[in-house]
Design a binder for this molecule. Structure first.
Ligand code: E4P
Length: 220
């Protein structure tokens, strides 16, 4: 399973990158707006150290505008995936950009049938918004599970990104049902390893070890 950082905060991504397990980045215009930086500056910075996909989302809502913005994003980095919402116009833009060999990520996606049409039109990724689906009183787990089943049934190589992640339960369940990627916001990063039992166990072990010093140095 790949883990992406779900933020436009370059310093947060840089720090996460140093932990060694971040495989790519997802951004959207709302996240970029929080930074007071240009979308291009952020992507350019990320391109210097992110090895995997850098997802940038269009703001145009018409097919031609989406295609034009997608083509421009694609010139900013060799790793761009263009995020396009699954609307009638978006589906057409995904089809065109995919035909041009530009990676696309079908986003704002809340039903398996939206994932099916995005996959049919060649989307590289479908972003299933688990947390937002839960917020609306439906079941994010079922969205991801049904999408997995449908894509597998017909052999689409479109990868499933689980987005709108709120806690580690989403991550564990996503991994169990075979999501390809989970994209994690910075406020969830710490939850990936933080466990009070780990700290307590470590305290106990170090307390038992006491003042014996460095175990790699033979006692004199
Ligand atoms: C990712 O593609 C989305 O932009 C993001 O995960 C949405 O998360 P939110 O529902 O917490 O805003």
């Amino acid at each position: 399973m790949q883990i992406f950082a779900d933020t436009a905060d370059v310093e947060a991504i840089r720090e996460a990158h140093e932990w060694g397990f971040i495989d790519g980045v997802t951004t959207n215009p709302a996240l970029v707006a929080e930074t007071d930086r240009s979308y291009r500056d952020i992507v350019t910075d990320l391109d210097e150290f992110v090895q995997g996909p850098i997802n940038a989302q269009v703001v145009a809502t018409d097919e031609d505008g989406m295609v034009e913005q997608g083509r421009k994003y694609d010139t900013w980095s060799d790793n761009i995936a263009v995020k396009i919402p699954v609307t009638q116009e978006g589906i057409k833009a995904i089809d065109r950009l995919s035909d041009e060999g530009i990676k696309t990520n079908a986003t704002c996606l809340f039903s398996p049938v939206q994932a099916l049409v995005a996959a049919k039109n060649g989307a590289s990724y479908v972003s299933t918004w688990w947390g937002t689906v839960n917020d609306s009183g439906h079941d994010g787990y079922e969205l991801v599970r049904n999408t997995r089943e449908i894509l597998d049934q017909y052999g689409y190589d479109t990868e499933i990104i689980v987005a709108s992640v709120r806690d580690t339960r989403h991550i564990v369940k996503s991994a169990r049902i075979g999501a390809d990627i989970i994209t994690v916001p910075p406020w969830v990063f710490g939850m990936l390893w933080d466990n009070p039992l780990t700290n307590q166990s470590l305290d106990n072990i170090l307390s038992e070890w006491g003042d014996r010093g460095d175990p790699t140095v033979d006692p004199s």
